[in-house]
Write a protein that binds this ligand. Structure first.
Ligand SMILES: [Cu+2]
Length: 157
């Protein structure tokens, strides 16, 4: 068995494990200011959701740092503006802002971060978005977050 085959098998095993628990979501970000998905859907049965954000790039957090923030659609702009005022050292997030449902710290290239949150307060009919609060990033780095069934499929090109 070649090293490449072993590598492929390990990747398959990793993918199978990742998909085994639908309440755990892996999302990647990169040096090109992108998330690798624009839509996250978790089953309504998930009492808790775990988001694993990986930065697959190489650039440092101060230059191309990313976080993953969940909020209601209507609260996104205010949170981003609050984050801008807070600055890098506060993770580009307004402190103790109840509009932030879940958030990771900012990660740079090669780093990963995990956040877990309860879905108890989420409502199936409400519109939730995830986004990155690094300055200017959310124009591209954003997507929809949904509890329950997907109504439409959206992917990055
Ligand atoms: Cu970002």
């Amino acid at each position: 068995m070649t090293a490449r085959m072993i590598c492929a098998l390990l990747l398959l095993a990793g993918a199978a494990r990742a998909h085994a628990d639908p309440c755990r979501v892996d999302i990647e970000s990169n040096d090109a200011m992108q998330f690798n998905t624009r839509q996250i859907v978790v089953p309504a049965e998930c009492a808790e959701v775990e988001i694993n954000l990986k930065h697959t790039g190489h650039m440092p957090a101060k230059v191309m740092g990313h976080d993953w923030v969940l909020a209601r659609d209507a609260d996104m702009s205010a949170i981003i503006n609050g984050g801008l005022a807070a600055g890098f050292n506060r993770g580009y997030l307004p402190s103790n802002d109840p509009r932030v449902i879940a958030a990771t710290r900012i990660v740079g290239g090669g780093e990963s971060v995990t956040v877990r949150f309860s879905t108890a307060a989420l409502q199936p009919a409400a519109h939730y978005v995830f986004f990155c609060t690094s300055p200017g990033h959310a124009t591209v780095m954003r997507g929809t977050f949904q509890i329950g069934v997907a109504t439409r499929v959206a992917r990055n090109p």
